[in-house]
Design a protein around this ligand. Structure first.
Ligand code: HEM
Ligand code: 2DC
Length: 469
């Protein structure tokens, strides 16, 4: 017989005790490890209550399949109240990230066509390829300046610039010039604001929203300042494209970027377009740059694998005869490496959905309306799901085993990551250019762990040595 909802194990009955354990384990930065610990303690399903919200947590691919079948027509994930509160406070519209219901669906359908459909992929490739080439030139310059034919550095700041330059080129069809020596201080400020925005979100994740705004707490003030910086910069970029478009409505034939395409399509209001473009611009920086940093870190720790991927890239370069879009179809191991990076170092600790119908998970009855979380970080490190999970093995995604509900780093279904295609193309092209030109090494073999600042980040700087081939 199916067991009752109330029988699910976990510390959900005593949310104060749970909050206490949470603080004691330095929960804010350790959410991912706490989830792992809870799955070890309670098994593959547990209930919890942290602060003001309650959830059922699961880890198995079979359960993920059941969860996503019950997500309904308007899939809804955990609402990040700090983000919606900011918009309410400043009277700004929600974009796709924060919308729900029919409003979300109608916006998302239009955005899908311009951002994630296979049809637009080809438009992005040359834009992203150009930024990748410029990044390589920039690294050669840096190496030259050291006078030692190598460069040892924490690449994160360069990667933030690469990611912002890439996503901006796709969104606006224009370069910001971040691969140059002297960059626009506003662009640098934008990058700093995104990092601050994520950092200030996590402490507010478990506080009731009303409390947030009325306490006048420093986190809230910093958070507002961060979003203000993000919106101001995005507004400037959007305004500039909008004005150009009004002057010369149909300029040349070349692809004008996502924003101009949306404006010309005329299916969403200007305010809706602005809101979602701002989210895309803000969502496009820390996510891909950190994933690339983790990938270089793993490849530096696995020199033979690095060589194997480099060989795959060389072969693809020759076989594609200059057709870069074609080339991206010939690098399965490189794609496996990115999946493997996201398995061990996911951007999102969990995926969440409010289920729209009653379901059964691990033989427990779960009523409609429940918030169910899939522990993505914990799943990626479970030996029953991924044999030898501690090993970085991109080939596991190429041959062998089933991938059934195991490749979920970008989420699933109609509510999955809208920036997925941009992110994947941008990251693949980056690695192609970098591995064609440089070798990556790591000094000391110390393990770098993740820390939670809304997204998972390396807890300390990753130092890499870059050498020309
Ligand atoms: C949503 C992961 C890069 C924009 C999401 C979600 C995940 C995710 C897990 C939630 C999906 C779900 O609930 O099923 C990632 C990862 C990235 C990445 C791993 C890179 C390594 C990007 C980029 C952009 C972006 C580059 C923008 C260009 C968004 C947006 C949403 C989203 C707008 C909300 C979509 C909606 O609610 O309809 N992402 N993301 N992401 N992401 Fe990403
Ligand atoms: C954080 O418990 C942990 O892609 C919470 O590009 C649950 C939660 C809810 C929503 C998730 C968030 C977590 C992590 C960051 C995500 C976010 C949805 C989108 C966002 C996964 C797992 C992200 C990084 C977007 C951000 C775009 C934004 C800056 C405009």
């Amino acid at each position: 017989a199916v067991r009752a909802f109330s029988e699910i194990p976990g510390q959900w009955k005593n949310s104060v005790a749970n909050l206490y354990t949470f603080w004691r384990m330095d929960g804010l930065r350790n959410i991912h490890r706490i989830m792992l610990h809870n799955f070890n303690m309670y098994g593959p399903i547990y209930r919890e209550k942290v602060g003001y919200y309650e959830s059922v947590n699961i880890i198995k691919p079979e359960d993920a399949a059941v969860l996503f079948k019950a997500e309904g027509h308007y899939p809804k994930r955990l609402r990040v109240e700090a983000w919606t509160s900011y918009r309410d406070y400043r009277n700004r519209k929600y974009g796709v990230l924060l919308k729900d219901g029919e409003d979300w669906k109608s916006n998302r359908i239009v955005l899908n066509k311009e951002v994630i459909s296979p049809k637009v992929q080809g438009n992005f490739v040359p834009l992203l390829d150009e930024v990748g080439q410029d990044f390589v030139a920039r690294v050669y310059k840096k190496i030259e300046r050291t006078g030692q034919n190598e460069w040892t550095t924490d690449l994160s700041h360069e990667l933030f610039k690469y990611a912002l330059e890439s996503v901006s080129h796709v969104l606006y069809g224009e370069r910001l010039g971040l691969m140059l020596d002297y960059i626009d201080p506003d662009a640098q400020h934008f990058i700093d604001c995104i990092t601050l925005m994520f950092k200030t979100t996590s402490p507010m994740l478990y506080l009731p929203p009303a409390l947030l705004r009325h306490t006048g707490a420093k986190v809230w003030k910093d958070h507002v300042e961060a979003w203000d910086g993000i919106f101001n910069q995005a507004d400037r970029c959007i305004q500039s494209i909008y004005r150009q478009l009004r002057k010369t409505p149909d300029g040349d034939q070349k692809y004008p970027g996502v924003l101009a395409s949306l404006l010309m399509l005329d299916k969403l209001s200007i305010e809706d377009i602005k809101a979602s473009i701002t989210e895309l611009m803000a969502g496009g920086v820390d996510t891909t740059s950190i994933t690339l940093l983790w990938t270089l870190y793993e490849l530096a720790r696995h020199p033979d694998l690095q060589e194997e991927i480099r060989a795959e890239i060389s072969a693809a370069r020759i076989a594609c005869e200059g057709d870069v879009e074609q080339m991206l179809k010939m690098v399965p191991l490189l794609k496996g490496a990115l999946k493997e990076t996201l398995r061990l170092h996911p951007v999102a600790v969990s995926l969440q959905r409010y289920i729209t119908e009653d379901i059964v998970l691990q033989n427990y009855h779960i009523p409609a309306g429940t918030l169910v979380q899939l522990g993505l970080y914990a799943m990626g490190r479970d030996h029953r799901i991924f044999p030898h999970p501690e090993q970085y093995r991109p080939s596991r995604w190429v041959r062998s085993q089933s991938h059934y509900f195991r490749s979920l780093s970008f989420g699933f279904g109609p509510r999955q990551c809208l920036g997925r295609r941009i992110a994947e193309t941008e990251m693949q092209l980056f690695l192609i250019h970098m591995l064609e030109n440089f070798r990556f090494e790591k000094q000391r073999q110390v393990e770098v762990r993740s820390t939670f600042e809304l997204i998972l980040l390396p807890e300390k700087p990753i130092m890499l040595t870059i050498k020309p081939l």
